[in-house]
Every structure is written in C-alpha cells, then in structure tokens.
Design a protein. Structure first.
Length: 336
C-alpha cells in the first residue's frame, strides 16, 4: 500500500512540473481573436450622391459577399457604397458564415450662398457664390424677376427698382438671395471725399442710434479744427449740401440723395420748405418745460451767416416760412 501511495505522489509532482504547449498550428488565443474578420467601418454618414469604400480585414482568403438592406437608400458593389436617397440602410458583408454590418445614414446635400440679402443701386453689379457639400459642383442660377435683377454665372446686375430673388440650385437643393434694387445709393457711416467717393449735392441724413448722430464737413482731411466748415449733432434727421473737394464724415447715420428722401414732420428734425412742408405760417411748440429750439436758414450749408432766424424758447412761437428755406427743430414740433 505504501508503494502505491509513493507512486501516486511522484506522479503528481511530475504533473505539476510539466509545461503544456499548444500545437504550433493553433497559435495563441490573442492571435486567434485578432484573425477574426472585421469591417473597416461600423457606422457611416453620407451625402446623397457621394460614396465610400468599405473593406473587410482578416478574411483569410474567403470571398466577401456584399448586400444592402435598402437599395433605394444605399447600394453596394465590391465594397463601394453609393448614397442614393435620404434615409438609413445597413450594408452587410458576409464572409463564410460570418456577417459584418455597417449602418449607413444618407442625408440630402445643402446649398449655401455668400449673401442671403443684398441691396443694390441701378446698374450696380455683385458676384454671388454658391457652395454645396453634394457630389456635383455645378450651379444653376435663376432670377425671380430678371427685369429688376438679372443673374449670369452668379453675377447679379441691378436693372430696375424693386425686389427679386436670385436662386442658386446645386444637387437639387436651392438657396435664394433677396435682392432689393434702389434708384439711389445709401451712404453709410464713414468718411467721404466729395466728388470722388460721393457726388456733390444735397443729402438727407438719418440717425441710426438712440443716442443721436453726428456729421462733419471739412475742407481737407488734415483733422485740424480750422478745416471744419460745418458740423452738427442731431436725433432724427438733418439735411446737408456738400461741394466737390470737401470731406464728409458721418457717424451713427446714413445719407441718401435729397431727390429720393422723405421725412416725418410730426416732431423734431430738419425740413425743406416746399418739399417736406409747405410755405406759410406755423406755430412752433416746445415738447416739454425745458424748452425747444428752431432755426430758419436760407440753405443746407449749416454756415452761421446763412441763418435767417433762430431761437431757444419755452412754450410756443409763431414763424413764417418761404419756399427754398430750411427749418431745423430740436425738442420742438410745428402746427400749421
């Protein structure tokens, strides 16, 4: 019996000391897992008309059979997936008995324009550009009213006063730009050289700020005080007349030619007699107890020696206006 126990114990020691080796042809467990077939993408988002190439790794010489669950959304041939229609589809790659899947989402392309709103004056041109994330880069241009604004290869030409939509279509998707054509140009805040960047003549100025606006007319661009011909702060509107060679600075306001301008005469502002208001007698009323101001001038130069009459007052005053004169009101209004 003792001999049998010794034999058993010796056998156990030998077993513990032995190292078991897997056959070489089987390889390690890690390398076996790594050799499983894998698809290059499990998810993909495509724009209609575009494509991607899917690949299967570690197929070990086995043939891959490709298929799509929704051929109207996305098709596949030899791994090349083509987006056909907005929606979702699953691309299946079958390797032997193994099925690998890639979920594909197809979206419609988008079209973008560098401008969605545009204001032009008669004869002015502007180049619109269109971009798309779709397959084709071809752009089809169209105008909703070519009599107002025409378009050729993205170049818009203002032809008549009014509004038109310029439409750009790429990959079946359209985007539009609303074009407003005015018979005059609007001169925004900035500095202008009269006769060069702004024509000489009479302009109506309109404030764009709740804190009031400012203009300044100079004989040069030196910035010296002695070069100032006229300047003024105003709340609603003002009227100026500039001549060639002068420099005009606009702050928090814009200017349009007098012939296209109109103003409300119910409150303060500057008005041209015979255009904005009729000649005749008016009562001027201060808007509050602090008082008001009125000024009658022979022109819109804002030069002191052109002032015919002015007054700071409380309560009310009566004035008589003649055609061609200019009336300036501050914190005051007129009643006929």
């Amino acid at each position: 019996m003792k001999k049998v126990l010794k034999i058993i114990a010796l056998s156990m020691v030998l077993c513990v000391g032995c190292t078991f080796v897997l056959p070489a042809q089987m390889g390690s467990l890690d390398s076996y897992a790594a050799s499983k077939p894998k698809i290059s993408k499990k998810k993909a988002t495509l724009i209609k008309g575009k494509s991607i190439r899917l690949k299967v790794k570690n197929r070990n010489g086995k043939k891959v059979r490709w298929s799509s669950t929704k051929r109207k959304v996305a098709t596949v041939k030899k791994g090349k997936v083509v987006a056909k229609k907005k929606g979702k589809a699953t691309i299946v790659a079958k390797v032997g008995k193994k099925k690998l899947r890639c979920r594909v989402t197809v979206k419609n392309p988008t079209t973008r324009l560098n401008k969605t709103r545009l204001t032009l004056t008669l004869g002015q041109k502007y180049k619109l550009t269109a971009k798309s994330n779709g397959k084709s880069k071809k752009v089809r241009w169209k105008s909703s009213n070519s009599n107002v604004a025409s378009v050729y290869k993205g170049t818009v030409t203002a032809k008549r006063s009014g509004t038109a939509r310029i439409i750009a279509t790429m990959n079946g998707v359209s985007k539009s730009c609303t074009v407003t054509v005015r018979p005059y140009r609007t001169y925004n805040a900035g500095m202008y050289h009269v006769g060069s960047t702004i024509p000489a003549g009479e302009y109506y100025l309109y404030s764009t700020s709740d804190y009031g606006a400012y203009f300044e007319i100079n004989t040069s661009s030196s910035g010296n005080l002695d070069s100032i011909v006229a300047n003024d702060n105003f709340n609603y509107n003002s009227i100026i007349n500039v001549t060639s060679g002068q420099y005009l600075t606009l702050e928090r306001c814009y200017a349009i030619p007098s012939g296209y301008a109109s103003v409300s005469t119910s409150g303060e502002g500057m008005f041209k007699v015979g255009k904005d208001i009729s000649a005749g007698e008016y009562q001027v009323i201060a808007m509050d107890s602090i008082g008001g101001y009125y000024e009658i001038s022979s022109d819109a130069s804002h030069v002191m020696d052109k002032i015919i009459k002015n007054d700071f007052f409380t309560g009310n005053r009566y004035i008589t206006l003649q055609n061609g004169q200019y009336l300036k009101l501050s914190n005051a209004k007129i009643i006929k």
